[in-house]
Design a protein around this ligand. Structure first.
Ligand SMILES: NC(=O)c1ccc[n+]([C@@H]2O[C@H](COP(=O)([O-])OP(=O)(O)OC[C@H]3O[C@@H](n4cnc5c(N)ncnc54)[C@H](OP(=O)(O)O)[C@@H]3O)[C@@H](O)[C@H]2O)c1
Length: 260
């Protein structure tokens, strides 16, 4: 089956494209680098030709409030219009667990706008809410650092490996549209402050985590369960300690990290 992966060069997209190809599918990795730009529409008509499924795992290059809103609104509108014209039968999009509880943040208001456009379109869809990727813990840490201290609340978090996210997205993309939201998460819950302490210890990073119940997460005051999925979430297998001990667990993205 031909499956177009928008954001196919990104962290999740590149893993997803590899997995789909391993399963014998014709996975098209679509991104500006391969001549497909959802903001301008460039290359979309050609890429979508004959594809019953489109997976959107793109992300905005900027997370400034207005820029991220413009990215998700414009790219989603364009993508859905081109999909409608091409007769796409399943639109799959990756979003974040708790998006509806994180609307103090401009990034999550933009993700919510993306979700609402999908729900309002005529194309059958599946929205996947994933928890924070293990690969994103460094981004959370750096964002919350002041001097040598990392200020974090003790809220619960249930992170997962990007590899498990890609597997879950692939499985859902191969299934029938759910016309709703599916949650995926990691196998264990942590306290956010404790998770980052473990991460820093494993990296031999001297920064000190200071627990502060009112410390904000990308500008949002978290309650105990803001970031965790419900009981029906499908869980990935990879444990944080296992990921930390693998060489790939040490490889960090050079890109700035979004508030997800
Ligand atoms: N970080 C987390 O913990 C987390 C948790 C749950 C859900 N999510 C969601 O997961 C999704 C994917 O995140 P990620 O970390 O895999 O992203 P990423 O590594 O930053 O990759 C973003 C992708 O989007 C592409 N892109 C950017 N502008 C584009 C445009 N105008 N047209 C087409 N493609 C464009 C990029 O192409 P280039 O390579 O050419 O720049 C790249 O392939 C995001 O939507 C995010 O909200 C993240």
């Amino acid at each position: 089956m031909k499956i177009v992966v928008i954001g196919g060069s990104g962290l999740i997209g590149s893993k997803l494209v590899r997995k789909l190809r391993e399963h014998g599918h014709e996975a098209v990795a679509a991104s500006p680098g391969s001549g497909v730009n959802t903001l301008t529409g460039e290359g979309l008509a050609e890429a979508l030709k004959g594809a019953p499924v489109v997976v959107d795992v793109s992300n905005s290059p900027s997370w400034e409030d207005a820029a991220v809103m413009k990215f998700f609104e414009t790219s989603t509108r364009n993508l859905l219009a081109y999909e409608e014209a091409a007769g796409v039968g399943h639109h799959v999009a990756l979003s974040v667990v708790g998006t509806e509880r994180l609307l103090e943040s401009g990034y999550f208001r933009a993700k919510m706008a993306q979700e609402n456009l999908i729900k309002g379109s005529s194309i059958p869809y599946s929205i996947i809410h994933a928890t924070q990727f293990f690969e994103f813990v460094k981004g959370i840490t750096d964002f919350s650092t002041a001097g040598n201290k990392v200020l974090l609340p003790p809220a619960l978090i249930q992170p997962m490996a990007a590899d498990d996210v890609a597997s879950a997205v692939g499985r859902i993309a191969m299934g029938s549209p759910v016309n709703g939201t599916v949650e995926v998460g990691g196998p264990e819950q942590f306290r956010l402050d404790e998770l980052v302490r473990r991460f820093l210890a494993a990296r031999k990073d001297p920064r000190e985590v200071v627990t502060d119940p009112h410390a904000r997460y990308y500008g949002v005051e978290l309650s105990e369960r803001t970031l965790v999925p419900g009981d029906d979430a499908r869980l990935g297998e990879t444990r944080f300690e296992t990921w930390l001990s693998q060489p790939t667990g040490q490889i960090q993205s050079t890109k700035p990290q979004p508030a997800a």
